[in-house]
Design a protein around this ligand. Structure first.
Ligand code: SF4
Length: 221
């Protein structure tokens, strides 16, 4: 049953999709940042296929990095939480972090089994940005990133975290932290990607959108 959180909690994937403009209904991540134990739309058979593919790719990268003599940390070992002075918490779990021995350099890898999206790069950049604030292990380290797709890799150099990027992170964190909820934007496409149910969002649209004025009208030009 849905409960209000004691503090605002932001999962990195909510923030990355918001920053990339892939989540158009800002109410959804805002609600999740302020509430817990809410009902979720159940996954489907595709999730099982995704999990197997993800595990295989993760295993391949792990073996590759180990061959280079790097120390690797996988999934649950990488769960982190960083706090804003206001108390807002940002949390995430990078798929894999490899650390070069006797070096200050490490790389954050994230595996994606779907088509490349802008949010993939932003997600890894956010991991790189927040990790040094979570545990002493990454303090002072030079952190680069890499998104691994079935079809290739996208490097995420540490230079991506510049003042402009930080300003955008601040802007969207402020939206999620605000006590005033953003407006809902129910659309067929947006709601089909949203895991909130009608229990918490009665406006959820689960049927094909009706195209208004499908036949069009003449305009005088
Ligand atoms: S179900 Fe639709 S309207 Fe409701 S929060 Fe999700 S995206 Fe927004």
């Amino acid at each position: 049953m849905t409960r209000e959180r004691s503090g605002v909690y932001v999962w990195v994937t909510w923030l990355s999709k918001l920053m990339a403009g892939e989540t158009t209904c800002q109410w959804s991540p805002w609600f999740k940042a302020h509430h817990t134990d809410y009902s979720r739309v159940p996954g489907n058979f595709q999730l099982a296929a995704w999990t197997a593919e993800h595990t295989r790719l993760l295993d391949e990268i792990s073996k590759e990095r180990e061959k280079f003599g790097e120390t690797i940390y996988r999934e649950g070992q990488n769960k982190f939480l960083a706090k804003r002075p206001s108390g807002l918490a940002v949390a995430g779990t990078p798929d894999l972090i490899s650390m070069e021995s006797e070096s200050v350099h490490c790389t954050v890898f994230d595996i994606k089994t779907g088509n490349p999206r802008q949010s993939d790069i932003i997600q890894v950049a956010l991991y790189m940005m927040f990790l040094p604030y979570s545990t002493g292990l990454y303090k002072g380290k030079k952190i680069d990133g890499c998104v691994v797709y079935k079809t290739g890799r996208s490097e995420v150099p540490r230079q991506i975290i510049d003042d402009k990027f930080k300003k955008n992170v601040t802007y969207f964190l402020n939206i999620l932290e605000s006590s005033i909820p953003p407006s809902k934007l129910p659309t067929h496409t947006g709601c089909s990607w949203c895991d909130l149910t009608i229990v918490d969002c009665p406006e959820r649209v689960d049927v094909e959108e009706t195209v208004v004025n499908e036949t069009g009208q003449d305009f005088p030009l």
